[in-house]
Design a protein around this ligand. Structure first.
Ligand SMILES: Nc1nc2c(c(=O)[nH]1)N[C@H]1C(S)=C(S)[C@@H](COP(=O)(O)O)O[C@H]1N2
Ligand SMILES: [Mo]
Length: 324
């Protein structure tokens, strides 16, 4: 099976090989297609009743302000947002694996480090890190590169405020964010499924954009493990893979960081990852999407995931076909 082959595979350093990642990657896609088909056959796992739709019984976040930056679209059910996830540290592919395999995950103790080209580097306990900020609820559209989508009421802190506080140096042009590396907490990090730890990057102006959020909750509660507890990135005009989960490090750098999916398959995943219905993925169209729990494409995908007015000016000098 897919998993057995993955686990016994003896890959050389995945970062230096162009051949191994491709084969790993193709098997990954077979797995994803198989698991999506199985879900359709079985029906979506547990249709939540309306009483459960407003949360999952985790700790409520205090003093959450509603943000004017929310979409008016109806949020997807909590049960759906937390039962169909992509989080390779817990399980390969998208589905209910991350939920099932993260039941014992503890998002404390947790430290987050700010370093690189900043005036005020530091390492914080996660609760001290969050404390100075007002939490905002932002209902955002979410679009995965694999053409599924949700509407998600995140709770978080604007990344721009964090950046202001740490005082980036003029040489800082990009921000790199890294997931925790801990095989005790993330079982799949014992395998070479991905080059761990998961890494993502943004241009500094993208990171400072008012829509960019460091999410610490969903539906008014702390994040469940499978959605990236205790803190993860949300960039609503980009494909979901930009949203690095369970962050422990935010580093300010001069050069464009590489990101995990770019390392795995550079011909298929770029740095920018802007949602763009006019640029197909090499092996599938991006014109439409499946708003879960539908597994049939039921909507057109919008340029920049519907956030064109707010973000297009950042890309006016960029060829969006080359810079995918
Ligand atoms: N650390 C880490 N972050 C990650 C991933 C991952 O495998 N590991 N998957 C990414 C991908 S491809 C997607 S689509 C989103 C999914 O977020 P969600 O499960 O909250 O919907 O998380 C992103 N962040
Ligand atoms: Mo994704």
């Amino acid at each position: 099976s897919y998993n057995r082959r993955m686990l016994i595979k003896k890959a050389p350093d995945i970062r230096s090989s162009e051949i191994t990642p491709k084969s790993v990657y193709l098997r990954r896609r077979e797995f994803i297609q198989a698991s999506a088909a199985a879900l359709v056959a079985a029906g979506f796992p547990s249709m939540a009743n309306p009483a459960e739709a407003q949360g999952g019984g985790l700790a409520k976040l205090p003093n959450v302000q509603k943000s004017p930056l929310s979409t008016n679209e109806t949020p997807s059910l909590y049960e759906h947002i937390t039962s169909y996830n992509n989080f390779y540290e817990f399980a390969p592919g998208a589905g209910d694996g991350p939920k099932n395999n993260s039941k014992n995950f503890k998002p404390r103790p947790w430290k987050i480090k700010i370093d690189g080209l900043v005036g005020k580097p530091g390492e914080y306990d996660i609760d001290d890190f969050i404390k100075p900020y007002t939490l905002e609820e932002r209902v955002y559209r979410f679009r995965c590169v694999e053409a599924w989508s949700f509407v998600i009421p995140w709770v978080g802190i604007p990344m721009a405020e964090v950046i202001k506080r740490v005082e980036p140096q003029p040489k800082a042009k990009y921000v790199e964010m890294t997931t925790l590396q801990d095989t005790g907490r993330f079982p799949m990090q014992r395998t070479d499924l991905l080059p761990w730890p998961y890494i993502e990057g943004l241009r500094l102006d993208e990171a400072q954009h008012p829509l960019t959020l460091l999410a610490v909750g969903v539906y008014g509660e702390v994040l469940p493990a499978q959605n990236g507890a205790p803190i993860r990135l949300i960039v609503p005009w980009k494909y979901g893979f930009k949203g690095v989960k369970s962050i422990v490090r935010i580093r300010f750098v001069e050069n464009q960081p590489r990101n995990t999916w770019q390392i795995m398959a550079p011909s298929e995943y770029g740095f920018y990852a802007n949602v763009n219905p006019n640029v197909d993925h090499p092996r599938w169209s991006q014109a439409r999407e499946k708003r879960l729990p539908s597994f049939v494409p039921n909507r057109k995908t919008e340029m920049f995931n519907g956030y064109t007015e707010q973000v297009a000016s950042m890309y006016k000098d960029l060829d969006l076909r080359k810079n995918f």
